[in-house]
Design a protein around this ligand. Structure first.
Ligand code: GAR
Length: 206
């Protein structure tokens, strides 16, 4: 049973999709062992608690510097024997944690990488960028996390149509419903069932 540590900071709809996929059998051989938020007000924490999943806030504000914060995060993951770290709306992850979990951290990003990704492209900003450029197709990507921003090997992607009259909020919701909530659970299931490997920097699915 693969033990997941899900890192969140907001509403937690992707966390919800993971928990629902475990309940319905879309994800097999995995369990959510721990949820960590950097934001004490994250609704995601409540979603975890209501399922009886250990949920903890580790706020950077409680530490003297970023390094101490990062050490506390890593310690929490290791003490709880987390085997796969899932970034579900959590932004930057430091090299210290990436090095401790090589190809064992995945991230959901709300665009088709390499478009609309990298520094500054997160949450609603991604969809604002998509609409400003006028592209007709957007989507979501699940990828392994390396020390860059959204640069790691791509596991799964799904395209979503941009529609005339979309606002960033409307497009965000469509990308979540049609892509994120499907490909993130699917990627976890593939990893939990040992079907994903990284060869020459690229993901191969058996
Ligand atoms: C999701 O749309 C996720 O793709 C995005 O944050 C949102 C979190 O929503 N992540 C990024 O932008 C990472 N670069 P949620 O808390 O409802 O799952």
């Amino acid at each position: 049973m693969l033990k997941l540590g899900v890192l969140v900071s907001g509403g937690g709809t992707n966390l919800q999709a993971i928990m629902d996929a475990i309940d319905s059998g879309v994800i097999t051989n995995a369990e959510v062992g721990l949820v960590i938020s950097n934001n004490p007000g994250a609704y995601a924490l409540k979603r975890a608690e209501s399922r009886g999943i250990p949920a903890k806030c580790i706020s950077p504000k409680k530490f003297e510097n970023r390094e101490e914060f990062h050490k506390a995060l890593l310690q929490e993951l290791q003490e709880n024997k987390v085997e796969l770290v899932v970034l579900a709306g959590f932004l930057a992850i430091p090299p210290m944690i990436v090095e401790a979990y090589p190809n064992r951290i995945i991230n959901i990003h709300p665009s088709l990488i390499p478009s609309f990704c990298g520094v500054g492209f997160y949450g609603l900003h991604v969809h604002e960028g998509v609409l400003a450029r006028g592209v007709k197709v957007s989507g979501a990507t699940v990828h392994f996390v390396d020390t860059g921003t959204d640069t790691g090997p791509i596991i799964l992607q799904k395209a979503v149509e941009v529609q005339q009259g979309d606002t960033p909020e409307v497009l965000q919701r469509r990308v979540m419903e049609e892509a994120e909530w499907k490909i993130l659970p699917k990627a976890i299931d593939l990893i939990a069932n040992n079907r994903v490997s990284v060869q020459n920097g690229k993901v191969v699915i058996d």
